[in-house]
Design a protein around this ligand. Structure first.
Ligand code: URA
Length: 238
């Protein structure tokens, strides 16, 4: 826990003396509430602060997106395989970022990283129900009855029960799949259970965050406050 003026000066917002006046003038909010006492303390790793309505980026808490190429393991390190951590620049690795959830070795696309354990936990929690969208190429062609089975909640071959999901056939052998959970090999197993084994898989979106034009292997830092709003909109309003 640290004083509000200390957190803001560490973030480079202004000097402690200037901040005292700024805070007393009611220009700062912390976790959605205007704070006028610069001595009030907050957890500097989780607090969300705005100054004159704009989010203040606090040093330390970061959220990144990677366009994961095929062939990289989602792991901190591995003696035999390349890992996604090798694609993260040193300056972020030093801040202790880790992948949020995982993508299979052969899956490409959007993978988030953060050093904020609380945020990672919230993103992965079934309670948050963050929808993830995948582009899949597969054997066969998806039909309306497959979409209905996804919507009803599939039972996988080993008896695992899935929550309702969305399947949108695009053309022969190509579909969009949206799921709100992250079971092991989930999308591959869901499509396989309908007789359509996956040959290529790419994650396009998590909540309101899109992969967009990020090149394979490239990393982009996200505005963590904005990202929290689009990833976890239901938990923002208190
Ligand atoms: N579902 C899968 O089957 N694989 C992934 O990597 C992600 C979702």
């Amino acid at each position: 826990m640290q004083r509000l003026d200390r957190i803001l000066s560490d973030a480079g917002a202004a000097s402690r003396r200037e901040l005292r006046a700024i805070i007393r003038a009611g220009r700062v909010t912390a976790d959605g509430r205007t704070v006028t006492d610069e001595r009030e303390k907050f957890d500097e790793t989780t607090v969300r602060i705005t100054l004159d309505g704009s989010p203040v980026r606090l040093r330390g808490r970061v959220l990144l997106m990677l366009n994961k190429p095929a062939g990289y393991l989602t792991a901190a390190d591995d003696p035999h395989a390349r890992t996604v951590m090798e694609l993260i620049p040193d300056c972020y690795r030093k801040l202790g970022v880790m992948p949020v959830g995982r993508l299979d070795k052969q899956t490409e696309g959007l993978l988030l990283f953060t050093n904020d354990g609380v945020l990672a936990h919230r993103l992965l929690s079934p309670k948050s129900a963050v929808w993830k969208q995948y582009y899949a190429e597969h054997v066969g062609t998806a039909a309306e009855r497959d979409a209905e089975a996804f919507q009803a909640g599939l039972t996988l071959e080993d008896g695992t029960q899935c929550l309702p999901a969305r399947l949108t056939p695009l053309s022969a052998g190509r579909s969009l799949v949206e799921v709100q959970e992250g079971k092991y090999h989930q999308v591959r197993r869901m499509l396989a259970s309908r007789g359509m084994p996956v040959t290529y898989l790419r994650r396009l979106r998590e909540g309101g965050i899109e992969l967009g034009d990020l090149q394979p292997g490239a990393v982009r830092e996200l505005d963590i406050l904005e990202a929290e709003r689009v990833l976890l909109p239901q938990t923002q309003e208190k």
